[in-house]
Design a binder for this molecule. Structure first.
Ligand SMILES: [Zn+2]
Length: 238
């Protein structure tokens, strides 16, 4: 199911279509692997029942956060990471233990905090990785986010600098770049044995967001120095 949905999303991107996410019709086709309407005639299998089956089985329902995954200036691989994260489909240690890939004893978070590594832990509650969020909010000049679930966090973070469309778009991009930095840092610690400090992670987040945004923004392309200290000013959003 995951593979077919990812393929659908990649196809959608290559086709230059809307990045608004996978529609229900597409999803049903992806899961069923065939023509749902044709099956309906043969076996009484209705689109409604397929949709119900789908929404019952998906861990996180398609909600407000799903509409924020795609952003025109964010690389596709980053949006796919967010898509997997929001559905708890990343190979976290908790998920690998559930699948019997890892022994229960191998559950520890790579930061050394002593807690079990789950998606919620790594991206929100970890005393190391979770501390990135206040730093990002401080850099962006936005209010702190207190949401306790990942989808809620994404939605609240996106609105945490005010309601204008440009500000929300920027904060949406910052959430996506932040989860990318956390996951790559987690992988570096796990597989390479190297560890960056929190301030280095923040620097990476600033660098990536600058690179992604400067493509379509000549003002920030000329102001790397000010980007480092006041991104909102750089974007003309204050
Ligand atoms: Zn931790």
């Amino acid at each position: 199911m995951l593979n077919s949905m990812v393929i659908l999303m990649v196809d959608d991107d290559i086709g230059g279509g809307s990045r608004g996410g996978v529609g229900v019709a597409q999803t049903v086709k992806g899961v069923g692997g065939g023509d749902v309407e044709g099956s309906e005639l043969d076996s009484g299998y209705t689109v409604r029942s397929a949709y119900q089956l789908l929404t019952d089985q998906v861990v996180a329902p398609l909600d407000a956060a799903a509409g924020l995954i795609w952003h025109p200036q964010v690389p596709l691989k980053v949006s796919i990471l967010a898509w997997r994260l929001l559905r708890d489909r990343l190979p976290t240690k908790s998920n690998l233990i559930t699948r019997g890939v890892l022994p229960v004893a191998a559950h520890f978070c790579v930061s050394g905090c002593g807690e079990a590594e789950s998606a919620h832990h790594s991206f929100l509650s970890c005393s190391t990785f979770g501390s990135l969020w206040p730093l990002v909010s401080s850099w962006a000049g936005s209010s702190l986010v207190t949401a306790q679930t990942l989808p809620d966090h994404f939605v609240q973070f996106t609105s945490s600098a005010g309601g204008s469309r440009a500000r929300r778009s920027f904060m949406q991009l910052l959430w996506l770049v932040s989860v990318w930095v956390v996951w790559t840092e987690r992988n570096h610690r796990l597989f390479r044995g190297s560890a960056n400090s929190l301030s280095h992670m923040l620097d990476k987040m600033k660098t990536f967001s600058y690179r992604w945004l400067r493509v379509n923004n000549s003002t920030i392309a000329l102001n790397f120095h000010s980007w480092w200290f006041s991104p909102m000013l750089c974007l003309g959003l204050v």
